[in-house]
Ligand binder design. Structure first.
Ligand SMILES: [Mg+2]
Length: 268
């Protein structure tokens, strides 16, 4: 029986210097990503041990908002021979099979973006008004899929987020605020539909899923067992979460360790 473990990466399994917290000593951390030879993302050494323990018994599918190139920089989690067969990148717009994008999937997403009028070309004219706001530092594209803004967190308020969420929701987008980034995500680009496709393709019976942000929420909720780090945006309505959702006691990189430990306990 195939058990699939689908997990978001950043702020769920792996952590930058800014998001990892201060409780863990440098010697208990392992780098898993490097940019220009500088380590940029980390896991605890214990988390890596737990991960290697579960690897032979589960099918691990990374599910990330990173593009394929950004995903491929994360080389420290898996041994080269154990790189996952499937990876969901660009928030579900692209499914990699043995490292190559499945065109049948991405073509379907492209058609839906046109039907929903949620392509980058559709959203940019509206965004121009917001791009002038003082909290917006830059507007960027993730390939041809979606737009995100780099924001000044001190200038950005909860009210602003709620207001923007409402405006974009009516036009078919989900907003997600993750540190300095504010994603404006077309609803047809989502992690849970892409995961459903992979689940059917490999014939998995059970799905465990972990994630921290609103972009992970549906995927985590529709899993047989879900995990949310306590620092996550997805934990906002904690009291409404059903019993199959586990919220970690720890935050930061220790929440990542706790999630993989929990998956380990579930399996063994
Ligand atoms: Mg995340």
């Amino acid at each position: 029986m195939t058990i699939l473990f689908a997990s978001d990466l950043d702020r769920t399994l792996i952590y930058s210097k800014n998001s990892r917290g201060t409780e863990v000593h440098e010697q208990d951390l392992a780098a898993v990503e490097w940019v220009d030879e500088k380590p940029t993302a980390f896991m605890t050494t214990k988390e890596i041990k737990y991960f290697h323990k579960i690897s032979p018994v589960i099918t691990f599918v990374p599910v990330t908002t990173r593009t394929a190139d950004q995903y491929n920089r994360i080389t420290g989690i898996f041994k080269p021979s154990e790189k996952p067969t499937y990876a969901i990148v660009s928030n579900g717009a692209v499914i990699l099979e043995n490292g190559r994008p499945l065109n049948e999937w991405s073509d379907k997403v492209k058609r839906q973006l046109q039907l929903d009028c949620t392509t980058i070309e559709h959203v940019m004219p509206q965004l121009e008004a917001y791009a002038k706001k003082e909290f917006v530092l830059r507007v960027l594209h993730a390939e041809s899929w979606f737009v995100y803004m780099i924001i000044d967190e001190e200038m950005f308020s909860v009210e602003e987020l709620e207001n923007l969420s409402q405006i974009f929701y009516e036009q078919g987008f989900t907003l997600s605020h993750q540190g300095r980034k504010l994603y404006i995500m077309p609803n047809c680009i989502n992690k849970s539909t892409a995961l459903q496709f992979v689940k059917e393709r490999i014939g998995a019976k059970t799905v465990l899923a972990a994630g921290d942000s609103m972009l992970d929420f549906d995927m985590v909720m529709s899993a047989d067992q879900g995990y949310i780090p306590s620092h996550g945006e997805a934990v906002k309505q904690r009291e409404l979460l059903p019993p199959h959702i586990f919220v970690t006691n720890n935050s930061g990189v220790l929440a990542g360790e706790e999630i993989v430990k929990k998956v380990c306990e579930y399996l063994l």
